[in-house]
Design a protein around this ligand. Structure first.
Ligand code: FAD
Length: 512
């Protein structure tokens, strides 16, 4: 390319894409380097057999687990990053998540900044990502300086009834804040959202980072996208205090590959928590023998992924004909669980399970002769998230042969167990003869990956400073989920997006 940029951003997902949008009006020359291409808009986008069965849009990569066994992570490398597949549930962390919180397995550490520092950026991220929701319904909702930009999506009849049943049991369900870009109704047909969570959206209705951030950023001449370009290494000057170039391997239209060197004033890694850490670890040099910015050995450490799992509630007689059931959430057990002063987590509805998702779970269904299609038609699907704590032994590292290794031992499992038991108990009361299926994510479930480059004031105890700049390398930043020193239990994207806007403001000021 032979050009020099003011800012080189590696990764175009929730963090990198939103940062590019923030930098665009400044006139600064920004380059987005993305290893993926544009996710094709094709009929297979909404074909569960292709998307789930054949993992059509999954990254073709392998990591090693703690034992050195290869696994295929649930990762997606496209312009827009994992948001091309995400469920667009866009929630703010709670005020308490920014402070130290006691949990079953220890303390969730405080952030170097408070909720008030993020609040204006949350408000702006909700606007950019077109969030639909309702304030003052979520029982532990943090302070917000503005209403949601759009009203909540209405519940479909089965979900409206479920909300009533929860309320009758003393709970406070609320509309799940969702990022969707609906037409204004004048002169265009209505949109029925259906395959949404876990599927790409060829209509661009889902508020993902490509449609909400990358595309608007690219309308500015000073923003350039280099897709199909894998960042391999960051190169510093001899002092090690400044990055001078990024080396990328590019896939060219004729199928060949070429390595290029990109120069810039500021470099931002936004590859997702695992790949950002891996990029810094791969960039070791004489000045940084343990990896870039890794004097204290913390790069890659404190990996978190949330404790995520599905609880599928199978009714014997009540059908669920919802197209988009993902409109309800509950935080009644977020700050403290039933029978405990300690937090549990959040319950929300997810995309509907397809018969092909349910087939492997069918041995759990005890009604003789019930078909998988009948089970699917009577299932309501809950997604449960509890916080995991940053353990330095949970980490991303690079093996001698250059493979990425993800060592993860689940912790704070008691929070998840209690959350699941509490929901199970209420649902069993609502319909006593219902059945339950479910699963929990293992090490391959990297969709909520975060941590690995934690931010903080103390250069001995963190990788990044409060502006998400490396403590050691003056012009190196991280702007994805890697900066989390602890992760709360809400879905991470809105916080990543808000932080990208915050870091963007800092960069605009820095670059003058
Ligand atoms: C099925 C699914 C459902 C989800 N649902 C939700 C939800 O409802 N709400 C929510 O908040 N979150 C959800 N998430 C999680 C959310 O998508 C992620 O938390 C978020 O996208 C992470 O943002 P990021 O910027 O850290 O990384 P990403 O968005 O993944 O972006 C990283 C980008 O970097 C690129 N990249 C990586 N390595 C390199 C390299 N070496 N060189 C160049 N480019 C590179 C990748 O291709 C990618 O585009 C979901 C995720 C999945 C998979």
């Amino acid at each position: 390319m032979g050009q020099r940029f003011d800012v080189v951003i590696v990764g175009s997902g929730a963090g990198g894409g939103t940062l590019a949008l923030r930098l665009a009006p400044s006139g600064k020359r920004a380059l987005l380097v993305e290893r993926g291409g544009f996710l094709p808009r094709e009929r297979e986008n909404w074909d569960p057999a292709e998307v789930i069965g054949k993992a059509r849009y999954r990254a073709r990569i392998r990591y090693l687990d703690a034992a050195g066994e290869p696994f295929e992570p649930f990762a997606h490398h496209w312009v827009g990053g994992a948001t091309k597949m995400y469920g667009a549930a866009l929630l703010r962390l709670r005020e308490s998540d920014f402070g130290a919180v006691r949990h079953h397995d220890g303390i969730s550490p405080a952030w170097p900044l408070g909720y008030a520092d993020f609040e204006p950026y949350y408000t702006e991220a909700e606007r950019i990502y077109s969030v639909h929701g309702q304030r003052r319904e979520d029982p532990c909702e943090p302070f917000a300086s503005a209403p949601f930009p759009h009203p909540p999506l209405p519940h479909e009849p089965r979900i409206a009834r479920l909300a009533e049943d929860f309320r009758a049991n003393g709970l406070r369900p609320f509309p799940l804040p969702l990022g969707v870009r609906l037409p204004d109704g004048r002169g265009s047909s209505p949109v029925t959202l259906s395959l949404f969570d876990g599927f790409p959206d060829p209509t661009g209705t889902k508020a993902d980072a490509q449609v909400c951030a990358v595309e608007p950023a690219l309308r500015h001449d000073n923003v350039t996208l280099m897709k199909d370009a894998l960042a391999e290494r960051l190169v510093t000057d001899a002092s090690g205090r400044e990055v001078v170039a990024l080396e990328v391997r590019r896939r060219l239209p004729d199928g060949s590959e070429a390595t290029e060197r990109i120069e810039g004033d500021v470099f931002v890694v936004a590859c997702g928590a695992i790949e950002s850490a891996a990029l810094l670890l791969r960039s070791r040099s004489d000045a940084h023998p343990n990896g870039l910015g890794n004097r204290n050995g913390l790069v890659g450490r404190g990996y978190m992924a949330h404790q995520n799992g599905a609880l599928l509630w199978v009714s014997r007689g009540t059908r669920n004909d919802s197209q988009l059931q993902k409109t309800l959430a509950m935080t009644d057990w977020y700050l403290r669980g039933p029978g405990s002063e300690l937090p549990c987590g959040i319950v929300q509805l997810m995309g509907r399970s397809d018969p092909s998702d349910l087939r492997p779970l069918m041995p759990g269904v005890t009604d003789a002769g019930r078909s998988v299609e009948d089970v699917a038609a009577h299932t309501v699907d809950f997604w449960l998230t509890a916080e995991d704590l940053p353990d330095d032994d949970n980490r991303v590292s690079i093996t001698r042969d250059g493979s990425v290794q993800v060592t993860y031992r689940r912790n704070n499992a008691e929070a998840y167990r209690r959350l699941r038991a509490a929901l199970f108990e209420v649902l069993s009361r609502i319909e006593p003869d219902s059945q339950f299926l479910g699963y929990e994510l293992g090490v391959g479930g990297v969709s909520h990956q975060n941590g690995t480059l934690r931010f903080g004031h103390d250069p001995d105890a963190s990788v990044l400073d409060p502006f998400c700049r490396s403590h050691e390398v003056h012009n190196l930043y991280a702007c994805d989920a890697s900066f989390f020193p602890s992760c709360g239990a809400v879905n991470p994207s809105l916080t990543i997006m808000a932080n990208a806007l915050r870091v963007g403001d800092h960069l605009v000021e820095r670059l003058g």
